[in-house]
Design a protein around this ligand. Sequence first.
Ligand code: ZN
Length: 267
Amino acid sequence: MLVKPPEKVAIGMIGGTGVYDPEVFTDMNEYKIYTPFGSPSDKIMVGSLGTQRVAFIPRHGRGHNYPPHLVNYRANIWALKSLGVTRLITVSAVGSLKDEIKPGDLFIPDQAFDWTRSRPRTFFEEGLVAHVSMAHPFCPDLSRFIADKAKALKLPHHYKGTIITIEGPQFSTIAESHFYRAQGFDIIGMTLHPEVYLAREAQLCFTNVSMITDYDVYAEKPVSHEEVQKTMAENLGKVKKLLIDVIPSMSTKQDKCECGKALKGAV
Ligand SMILES: [Zn+2]
C-alpha cells in the first residue's frame, strides 16, 4: 500500500483542556507521526480554515489521556516542526491570580515563569549544546496580531502579563497561591512550560491564548463543577470566534520577528 506523505503546513495549533477537536476545520486529514522522542499526544489533524491549512494537536490527547506532567511535549513540537510548522498558537485553560482578571476572560501573556520540576525541556542533550534566549518567550508579532483581533471582536481579554506554570497535577495550596500573587504573576497554568522552550529551540513563533476558568485558591471562592463547566463552554465559544478570525488572516511568514533565527549563535 502506498502511504501518502504528510502535506506541508505553516500554521500549528495546540489545544488545551476542552479543545480536543478542531470542529471548525474543513478538508481534514489525520497523520500519525513518529518522532525520536516517541509519540505525540494524538494523531495530527490537518484542516483548512479559510484558505489556510492548519495542523492541530490536542495537548492532552482526544480522550484527555495525558495529564500536564505526562504530556510528551517534545514529540508534539517535533511532529509539528516536521510538518513544516513555523507559527504556533497554543490554547490553555488557566486560573486567575488577580481579582481584575475574571473567569471568562482571555489572556495573551508576554512573560512566563517556570515553576515546573520534572519535565524534559530541551531537544539538545548529549553531543550538541544550545543555549537559546528566552528573554522574550512569546512571538511579539503574532501575540499582538491576536490581541488586536480580540479587541476588534470586543472579546473580554488582557494583553501582556505573566503566566506561571506549576508542576501539578495538584492545584496550589493557599500559601503557594499568595506567594505567586506576591511575585506579581497574573495567571497560573500547568502546561506552558516546557512547550514554550521547545518551540523556541525549534525556531517557531509561539503565542498563547489562555482562557480563565476560575480564580486560583487565594480567593477562597469555592466553585462548583457546574460553574467551571459553564465558564469553560463560554470560553471555548470565545476562543473559537477569535481563531476563526485570526487564522485566515494571519501571516505565515516570520519576517517581523526574530523567532526563526533563535538558534543563530546559540549552538
Ligand atoms: Zn515570531
